[in-house]
Design a protein. Structure first.
Length: 341
């Protein structure tokens, strides 16, 4: 009986400990602040954060800008998170430099701030960054496009459909990565649009959505109707670019490359709308972010970077059904299995 009692006592102590831990986590809250709540990428990011919060028993509050580039709404959200006593913030910043002062206020108030997908400027303005290697993502599609054209890459006419006039870090990294992969001198790798390579027809901004992609593509086609390579910041912009090209009867003779790897985007690769895309993993990105906030609330542990990098690399894969030598890729079928998990 003594052994039975001892075992029962231990079980009760363990149960009490678990209940205490659960009660402690119930007092922990995290904030997710995305650029919009309509872009499928950010929808998936929110799903990942919600999954992790539910598993850990913590409260998640989600906020988003009205459109990509809505900086003020993101600042208001940070202030709300501070006032509500959140343990940490996950943010995809619309303006990566202007947001820094608000982030500093949050960190000074004791919150852990993690940038998701889009590094702040400077990157160490956040406690950590969980992101795709966005330069590599751009580089992969640049290498693929150049290899597809072969010798004709020397005569390419390239349209660059970027994100925003403010050139947030994710915008710069993908654009400059693409140009580097294609074999074009970027001049200052921290600046979009200072290149003087005659193959570049021009840059335009899209706000990362389909309507913006269509308008930007129309503007650049007006400049040179013989464009044959189109880089886009993301897949919604790529879908808009395709519609513009289609209206000009050019949809079948232009290579479109993009970044995201969402399920709709991978479907567009399967349908030949996009030639290749670099796939990101936003669900995992946000899930890891919530777990890091919970750990920080528990014992003050800060996230660690991937070895050799100044951020935690959540991975990237090139998705295409027309692979090229020297550029590692996965098939559309595999991309569909992986899309945004």
């Amino acid at each position: 009986m003594k052994h039975l009692f001892a075992g029962t006592a231990l079980a009760l102590i363990a149960a009490a400990g678990a209940a205490q831990a659960e009660s402690h986590m119930a007092d922990v809250s995290a904030c997710l602040i995305t650029k919009t709540d309509t872009n499928p990428f950010f929808v998936k990011m929110r799903e990942g954060a919600e999954q992790a919060a539910e598993e850990l028993g913590i409260t998640l509050n989600s906020y988003a800008g009205n459109v990509d580039g809505d900086h003020e709404t993101q600042v208001d959200a940070i202030e709300t998170c501070i006032a509500n006593g959140a343990s940490g913030i996950l943010i995809t910043a619309s303006d990566t430099s202007a947001i820094v002062s608000a982030v500093e206020q949050a960190r000074d108030a004791g919150l852990l701030v993690i940038a998701l997908d889009t590094p702040l400027d400077p990157i160490d303005a956040a406690d950590a960054t969980f992101a795709t290697d966005n330069f590599k993502a751009g580089e992969l599609i640049g290498q693929w496009a150049a290899a597809q054209l072969g010798d004709e890459a020397a005569n390419a006419k390239i349209a660059l459909l970027d994100l925003a006039v403010s050139q947030p870090s994710v915008d710069v990294l993908r654009d400059q990565g693409f140009l580097t992969g294609f074999g074009i001198d970027t001049k200052d790798v921290n600046v979009i649009g200072d290149e003087d390579d005659p193959r570049i027809v021009g840059n335009d901004v899209t706000a990362g959505n389909e309507e913006g992609g269509r308008t930007a593509m129309e503007n650049l086609l007006a400049k040179d109707p013989e464009i044959n390579v189109v880089y886009t910041i993301n897949e919604p912009a790529a879908a808009g670019a395709y519609e513009a090209l289609k209206s000009f009867g050019r949809e079948n003779d232009v290579l479109i490359v993009s970044v995201d790897g969402g399920c709709p985007g991978v479907a567009n690769v399967a349908d030949g709308i996009i030639g290749a895309t670099s796939q990101q993993y936003p669900l995992q990105m946000a899930k890891l972010g919530v777990e890091a906030i919970a750990q920080f609330a528990e014992d003050g542990t800060l996230p660690e970077n991937t070895e050799g990098k100044d951020f935690y690399d959540t991975g990237v894969k090139l998705v295409t059904d027309t692979p090229v030598d020297g550029v590692e890729s996965v098939s559309v079928e595999e991309g569909q299995d992986l899309c945004w998990g």
